[in-house]
Design a protein around this ligand. Sequence first.
Ligand code: HEC
Ligand code: HEC
Length: 202
Amino acid sequence: MSAATLSLRYLLTGFLFLTSLFLAPLGAAQTIAEKNLASCSECHGENGSPKDNRIPVIWGQNAAYLQRQLLAYRSGQRDNQIMSSMAESVAKDQLLSLAQNLSNLKWPSKGNQGGNAAKEFDLQKRLLAPQSMGLCLACHTADPSSMPEGTPRLWGQNLEYLLDQMSAYAQDDRTTNEAMSAIMKTISKKDQTEIARFYASH
Ligand code: HEC
Ligand code: HEC
């Protein structure tokens, strides 16, 4: 092998090495995003359906809402041992893009809802629902696409999780939103259960 070919080889190898250095961060960023999502799936479900009824659906949830909750877990404003340590393990800027990625995924269908909650929630069902649910529907609308910014979707959310959160607001165990705490204090336990059933079953 001639000296010229040899040095060309070194040059090429060096070039490839340098290119790989430049490309490495791109590849690494992708795996971090994938790793983050995979670690969430362990509890929140491979296909977006959590196995445990006390764990919320987060796929397809409102992006601004998810971001706000992740920051609240991170700062300790929303107190949950598991989720606080999860949120702390992810860098702040990645947390925000993770929320956006989660929001872009499809909310898991329970067979009868799949984004058609508005159609399912017809007049007859509205009459069967407790009267106090009218208030909830002003913000947690039947059609998830028409909800005010930052409002979480409740349709198709897990029943036990909804019940937990309603009483957490009412008892000031969850203090992420003053309006929700004030509202939940006025709703009887019986109505809370019925409303949660309505939202969870659609
Ligand atoms: C070990 C189980 C577990 C893992 C892993 C996990 N979560 Fe959670 N997550 C929970 C539980 C339990 C709750 C309900 C906590 C509560 O009551 O506040 C929750 C709640 C949440 C909420 C609040 C949803 C809402 O409707 O308010 C978000 C957002 C969330 N998790 C995102 C994530 C993300 C993002 C990851 C991955 C980085 C993740 N979780 C990993 C168990 C887990
Ligand atoms: C004025 C608008 C508004 C009204 C009315 C309202 N909510 Fe909310 N709700 C919100 C917002 C905004 C949040 C997110 C608050 C936060 O960051 O904690 C929320 C959060 C929730 C959550 C937590 C969801 C989750 O994924 O953790 C539940 C459960 C809930 N509301 C139930 C109800 C019920 C039941 C009613 C009626 C009795 C009701 N809300 C009325 C705006 C409203």
